[in-house]
Design a protein around this ligand. Structure first.
Ligand code: ADP
Ligand code: MG
Length: 219
C-alpha cells in the first residue's frame, strides 16, 4: 500500500494546464484547466467541487489520458497516475488503473446482464475465470446489487444503474476511482442515501485513491 506520508501519492497533478482545440479555425482555444496542482493518496476520498464548465470532467479525462491523447489541444504540466504520465502512457494501460463513472447512467453501461457488465473489465484484463467470478461477486456485494446480477442492465432504475457502473469500475481494482457527478441525474432523496454509500467505498478500497466530483457545494 502507498503511504501518504511517504509522499508517493497515487495521483499527482503538477501545474496542469489544458486547452481544447478551437471549435472553429480562427477562434481561440478553450482553456479548460489553468494551473491545477493536487495530490491524492491511496485510501483517500477526495471531494472536488466547481460550477458547471469549470473543468471537472476535463480533469477526469486528463486522469485517464483521453485528454489530451484523444482530444488533441495544448497541454503543459504533468499528471502522474500510479506512476504513469497520462500524456504519454498508453490509454489502454491507463484504463486498467483508472475506473471512471460518469454522471449519465446510460453512458456507463452497455446493456448486458448486471454480472456481465461487471465482468467486462476483469475479462479485458485476461484474468482467470475464478478470479473474474470472485471480483464480480465482491464488486456487486460492495454496491449491494448481488441479487440483481442476472437482470439486464437496461431494466434497472437510475440509482441501480449507477451502482452497477460503480461495481464495473471496482472490478478492475483500479488504483484510482473517478466518480464524475455520479449522483447528479438522481432525485434528491436517493442522492442523499447514495452519497453515504459512496463514502463507505473508502473502506472497501483501502488501496485506491477516490476522486468524487460534484457541482453541489452541499455535498
Ligand atoms: P465541468 O465538468 O466542470 O462542467 P468541463 O470539463 O465539461 O466542465 O468543461 C470545461 C470547459 O471546457 C468548458 O468551457 C467547456 O465548454 C469546455 N469543453 C468541454 N469539452 C470540450 C470539447 N470537447 N471541446 C472544446 N471545449 C470543451
Ligand atoms: Mg462535468
Amino acid at each position: 500500500m502507498v503511504d501518504r506520508r511517504s509522499g508517493r501519492e497515487l495521483v499527482q497533478i503538477h501545474n496542469f494546464v489544458y486547452r481544447y482545440p478551437a471549435f472553429q479555425e480562427g477562434q481561440p482555444p478553450v482553456t479548460a484547466l489553468d494551473g491545477i496542482s493536487l495530490e491524492i493518496a491511496a485510501g483517500e476520498f477526495f471531494g472536488l467541487t466547481g460550477t458547471t464548465g469549470s473543468g471537472k470532467s476535463t480533469l477526469c479525462l486528463a486522469l485517464n489520458g483521453l485528454v489530451p491523447q484523444a482530444t488533441g489541444g495544448v497541454v503543459s504540466g504533468d499528471i502522474i497516475v500510479a506512476g504513469m504520465n497520462t500524456k504519454r502512457a498508453p490509454v489502454a494501460e491507463l484504463a486498467m488503473q483508472v475506473g471512471l463513472v460518469f454522471q449519465d447512467p446510460e453512458a456507463n453501461l452497455v446493456g448486458l446482464t448486471v454480472e456481465d457488465e461487471v465482468a467486462f473489465g476483469p475479462e479485458n484484463l485476461g484474468l482467470p475465470r475464478d478470479e473474474i467470478a470472485a471480483r464480480v461477486d465482491w464488486a456487486l456485494d460492495v454496491v449491494g446489487m448481488g441479487e440483481m446480477r442476472r437482470r439486464s442492465s437496461t431494466r434497472l432504475s437510475g440509482g441501480q444503474k449507477q451502482r452497477v457502473a460503480i461495481a464495473r469500475a471496482l472490478a478492475i481494482r483500479p488504483a484510482v476511482l473517478l466518480l464524475d457527478e455520479p449522483l447528479a441525474a438522481l432525485d434528491a432523496a436517493l442522492r442523499q442515501s447514495m452519497l453515504a454509500e459512496l463514502q463507505r467505498l473508502k473502506e472497501a478500497l483501502p488501496d485506491t485513491a477516490i476522486l468524487y466530483v460534484t457541482h453541489d457545494q452541499a455535498e
